[in-house]
Ligand binder design. Structure first.
Ligand code: FAD
Length: 456
């Protein structure tokens, strides 16, 4: 049973926790990251990175199927799921190793184990860390909770990774299900639903609300919905999943429709993607008095301070936009705060990207949000179909939409739908962050032929 002492420890090595460790190391703070399962967190292991790998594979599969349009004759593509999974695994391993090398290179220690608070004392917080060989004690003057989140479940749907799968299960399938039901029309459900639709599944999306992709720009969502329909995906809105039965050879889902009637749908797999919940239990927070909100998120201020001095929390476990880059921003700020610098999370916008086909990306206010704030807005929209680049790469679905304050010409929001939107949004994010007006973008020379010309 070893005892370790640090100026700061971080619980959790996700995109919040590991950049905190790197930055603390760079700032000369004696720090360690404690991780129980996934170096790189959900993002690198079962989230952003593996999902983008399978999305890329499915997109390539679909593109090959249409190569004939470009005068390229190939046979009918065949998917080898085991091989695709092995390739995806290689991507994850490469990235995970990179995280550990970065921590090491920046002189931040790494401990493998499950950490929880035991007490607060004059020399710091005492944590118990359950390791493979026993239990270590860690004493730290500052603690950053970066424990992330996990998939939510709904009554009647227990994830067994056989019939009922979550995103982790969906990323590990070794066979393409013939029929897949996706419960939840948020970004994770639609990204993974698109993957399996392209690989040949008959996909049905069951969404309880009246729209897909929650708060994203409605015009952008309409383009995605049209492509989903083209892929044969059935979308059921205002439809609530009520329960399911295992019939041996299939699962039968019961759905309550808007008019109160019910319907049943057969499937081989049901993917539950109804949101995520914070990992704030089993951390011994009660031993040190850290407060949670009613939904279990840790309450933290713009310097990531909890109600207990010297305990901080970042990333998904404090809620807000549950995205990797938001967690990383929190991590970089909290490291500066611990090192005694003046820092706070003070950003105008956090971009959001949905890697559907086409992609949707958003920064700043939507038209509706700007109007709700009483602003007079002016909207500029440019279709990808009018871009030489989009036409020449045979991918013309989509547009860029810029929301301006009609009085000042300030760029309030940028919403892009179209393949390449994930990269294009960086210009919109920078424009909003810098308080740019329309002319700043318009007077900037954009290379030709590029998709970025849509922004001008
Ligand atoms: P996490 O990444 O959840 O990491 C927390 C870590 O803490 C975990 O490794 C966990 O094992 C560890 N931990 C928890 N408790 C303890 C303990 N007691 N002791 C030690 N270790 C502990 N976001 C994007 O921005 N872009 C995307 O494209 C994107 N795609 C996604 C796709 C999927 C399928 C999923 C599920 C998520 C996706 N996300 C995406 C969301 C993104 O993964 C999260 O927002 C991000 O991982 C949150 O980072 P975090 O550091 O707060 O927590």
């Amino acid at each position: 049973m070893a005892e370790h002492r640090f100026d700061a420890v971080i619980i959790g090595a996700g995109p919040g926790g590991y950049p905190t460790g790197i930055r603390l190391g760079q700032l000369g703070v004696k720090a360690a990251v404690i991780e129980k399962e996934y170096w790189g967190g959900v993002c690198l292991n079962v989230g952003c990175i593996p999902s983008k790998a399978v999305i890329h594979a499915a997109k390539t599969f679909e593109k090959i199927g249409h190569a004939d349009d470009l005068g390229i004759t190939v046979g009918k593509p065949v998917i080898d799921m085991k091989k695709m999974q092995a390739w995806k695994g290689g991507v994850v391993t490469k990235m995970k190793n990179g995280v550990q090398q970065l921590l090491k290179g920046n002189k931040c220690d790494m401990l493998n184990g499950d950490a929880r608070f035991v007490s607060a004392g004059p020399d710091g917080f005492r944590l118990a860390v359950k390791t493979a060989s026993g239990e270590d004690t860690v004493i730290a003057k500052n603690v950053v909770i970066a424990t992330g989140s996990r998939p939510m479940e709904i009554p009647g749907f227990k994830v067994d990774q056989k019939r009922i799968i979550d995103s982790t299960g969906a990323l590990a399938l070794e066979e393409v299900p013939k029929r897949l039901i996706v419960i939840g029309g948020g970004y994770i459900g639609l990204e993974l639903g698109t993957v399996y639709a392209k690989l040949g599944s008959k996909v049905t999306v069951v969404e309880a609300s009246g729209s897909l992709l929650g708060a994203m720009d409605k015009d952008c969502v309409a383009v995605v919905a049209k492509k989903l329909a083209k892929l044969g995906v059935e979308i059921m809105l205002d439809a609530k999943a009520k329960g399911w039965e295992d019939k041996g050879d299939r699962a039968v889902l019961t759905v309550e429709l808007k008019d109160g009637k019910s319907a049943t749908i057969d499937a081989d797999k049901i993917l539950l993607s109804v949101g995520r919940r914070p990992n704030s239990e089993n951390l011994g927070l009660e031993a040190v008095g850290v407060k949670l909100d009613a939904r279990g998120y840790i309450i933290a201020d713009d310097q990531l301070r909890t109600n207990v001095p010297n305990i901080y929390a970042i990333g998904d476990v404090i809620g807000g936009m549950m995205l990797a880059h938001k967690a990383t921003k929190d991590g970089e700020v909290v490291a500066e705060v611990i090192a005694g610098h003046r820092a706070a999370v003070d950003v105008r916008t956090i971009p959001a990207v949905v890697f559907t086909d086409p992609e949707v990306a958003s920064a700043g206010l939507t038209e509706d949000e700007a109007k709700a704030k009483g602003l007079t807005v002016k909207v500029g929209k440019f279709p990808f179909a009018a871009l030489g680049r989009a036409v020449s790469v045979h991918d013309t679905d989509g547009f860029a939409k810029v929301i301006l304050d009609a009085k000042t010409q300030e760029i309030l929001g940028v919403h892009i739908v179209g393949n390449g939107a994930s990269d294009l949004i960086a210009e919109g994010t920078l424009a909003i962050e810098m308080g740019a007006v329309a002319q700043d973008v318009n007077l900037t020379v954009h290379a030709h032929p590029t998709l970025a010309e849509a922004m001008r």
